[in-house]
Design a protein around this ligand. Sequence first.
Ligand code: FRU
Length: 475
Amino acid sequence: MTLLIDKAEQALRVKGEQLNRRWYPEYHLAARAGWMNDPNGLVWFEGWYHAFYQHHPYSTQWGPMHWGHARSRDLLHWEHLPVALAPEGPEDKDGCFSGSAVVNGNELALVYTGHKFHGCPASDDNLYQVQCLATSEDGIHFNRQGQVLDTPAGLHHFRDPKVWKEGESWYMVVGARTEDTGMVRLYRSEDLRHWHDEGVLAVAPQGMGFMWECPDFFTLRGKQVLMFSPQGMQAEGYSNRNLFQSGSIVGHWQPGENFVQEVAFQELDHGHDFYAPQSFLAPDGRRIVIGWLAMWESPMPEQRDGWAGMLSLPRELTLTAENRLQMRPVKEVEAMRQDFSSWSAQTLDNQALCVMDHCETTEVILEWDRVGSDAEQYGIALEEGMRLYVDNQAQRLILERHYPQFGLCGQRSVPLPQTAALSLRVFFDKSSVEVFVNDGEACLSSRIYPDQRKLHIFAWSGKAVLNESGAWYLK
Ligand code: FRU
């Protein structure tokens, strides 16, 4: 263990004991203490799922980035491992930024961005971002191999390498910015150490952002999906409401050819808090994606408790025949289900009913009969702070949070699907809610900060018919 990693571990031991756990997740990954942002290096290696993440062990604010590390057998119960990378080389002296992991023979290789300023950090002109390599045989201790790709001439923002294997070659996409235009650049290598420039894979058209962060590029159903996190897209109606977005473009690509785009940018998640998603292949071939369940510059009330930021539920990503991306919670969540309490089929008539006294580590299942429901609003409410409901006038499904004491108020929503029944799976953890609509058609994820946890079902101004519904306690 290097000096800086040892120092980080000591700080985490002390701070970890002082956490207030009232909002600390039970089945999502969060840092032991301190700050967390993007998921990094998601990979399956020798029987374990590994998740790394952007981490500042010394405070609940973003700072010089380390890579936190945890592993899991089932993607839900995580074991914390020592910090994997600390900013200690000349190549990454100001931070080990986001990146990815690949298995190379019997080695686990991390490819990440070394973030550094040459001179005063007040100006982007002094910023350099280079791609670096670290390798490990045991998947726990990493040997730094230093810089493997320099900043291209004229660029400063050049980060978040995502590496994959295609035939005999390694490929890598890197997010970049020239002037005020985001883009994704492509590289190829035979050994992870020498990278050849393969040109620009995609560039932001007008209005699509000044920087594209965290690119990822993979195949689903024979199509290529470019997933990325654009900064600088304008909000438009109900779309792009968060400070930064994340989503994907579907198209067609082969090595040596251009990426031909077929379907325009689709947002991946419609809640308040989902950013910098990264995907990886599970050993059974599933494409799994995890995002940061937070948003830049949004208040994070858990900072007063000694930690900040968490990762989303792992979701299986699929592509429909119409080239729409769908996300569903990985099937492993079903093994956590205990003690189903059924609320049975019922009709609510301008009323609210308490269905749970303590909705905390819970999966709620709801099926609303839309044809038989004429109420203006119907749905569920977790105390006064969170509501998930159908707005029959707007014809939208609305996720609303109202925590004025923390400056977290507002709505996110999606259009109602054109189906007679609306089925919802809603995952609550201590400070999060993730909603999956009609088996993956849409998804909304937000942070919530309840102090009491009574759950009601309600229908106002009319009737609402609830088919099979109830809740699982998750263990
Ligand atoms: C995305 C991001 C990445 C960067 C990292 C720094 O949230 O800005 O582009 O590598 O966070 O922590």
